[in-house]
Structure formats: structure tokens, C-alpha cells
Write a protein of this length. Structure first.
Length: 148
């Protein structure tokens, strides 16, 4: 199992509102003990979601030190996921989650700065394409006569 990097179980506990509230949403076998595999799983899922947005402008996964904003968002998203397993979302949860997604969209667009060095990922979106050359050098039957 992967080890979460963006947020810890302590961050998740703070985001949930304390140890007791976290236990309520992260004890799926109802034995009174936090399901650590589940906690790690939702933290890794939150990282994956975050990376799917920020990889447009940053190389992912982010490296240590992780910006505090990412730690907070990762923990909040993980709590959202845990509450979803329990069908425990309320209107405030939905509004906060929508705000987090809008924030991530802003990071992806480059309008929100993470405070980390913006290392642009190599992707097909920022690589010159074959259509970027001048039309005088365009490939056609006429320009390739005699090559075969």
C-alpha cells in the first residue's frame, strides 16, 4: 500500500474535528479502532485527486516540503471521502468540497499560486507540435519528391 505524503493521519484528525469525530467516520468495522488502512487509502486517493489538477502546472507528486495549502486540502478531501462512505455529507460539507474543487481548478489554470516552485510538467500540452513549423516547410507531395 502506498504511503500518503501530502497529509498525515494527524492532519486528517484535525480536518475531521478531532479524534472522536474521525473515529466515527473511519471505523468501518465498528470495533472502536481507527481503520488505518482505510485512512491511508483515502489520503492516497486525495493525493491522486489533487495531482490530477495540479499536474497541469507542477510536476507531481509534489516533493517535501509540501505546501500547507495542499496538506489542508488533502486532509479535507480525505474527510469528505470518509463521510461519503457513511452517507454523512451535509450542505456545509458539499459547499466546502465545491470550494476546494474550485481552488484546485484555479491552481490548474495558474490563477492560484501554491507557494511552491512552479515546475512545469512535461506534457503534450507544452511541447511544440509538428504543426508549429512555418508553412514554407510543410510536408507535401511536391516537397518530398524524390525521397522514395
Amino acid at each position: 500500500m502506498a504511503i500518503p505524503v501530502y497529509a498525515t493521519s494527524a492532519d486528517l484528525q484535525r480536518a475531521a474535528g478531532g479524534a472522536e469525530r474521525l473515529l466515527q467516520i473511519a471505523d468501518h468495522d465498528d470495533d472502536g479502532v481507527l481503520d488505518t488502512d482505510l485512512v491511508n487509502d483515502v489520503l492516497c486517493q486525495a493525493e491522486g485527486l489533487i495531482d490530477s489538477y495540479i499536474r497541469m502546472v507542477h510536476v507531481t507528486p509534489l516533493t517535501v516540503p509540501i505546501p500547507q495549502s495542499i496538506t489542508t486540502i488533502a486532509a479535507d478531501i480525505a474527510v469528505w471521502m470518509l463521510k461519503g462512505y457513511r452517507d454523512a455529507h451535509n450542505e456545509a460539507d458539499i459547499e466546502r468540497h465545491d470550494a476546494r474543487v474550485r481552488w484546485l481548478e484555479g491552481v490548474a489554470k495558474g490563477s492560484i499560486d501554491l507557494g511552491a516552485a512552479p515546475t512545469t510538467a512535461a506534457s503534450p500540452h507544452n511541447v511544440a507540435s509538428s504543426t508549429d513549423r512555418p508553412s514554407s516547410k510543410a510536408v507535401s507531395r511536391e516537397t518530398t519528391k524524390g525521397f522514395w
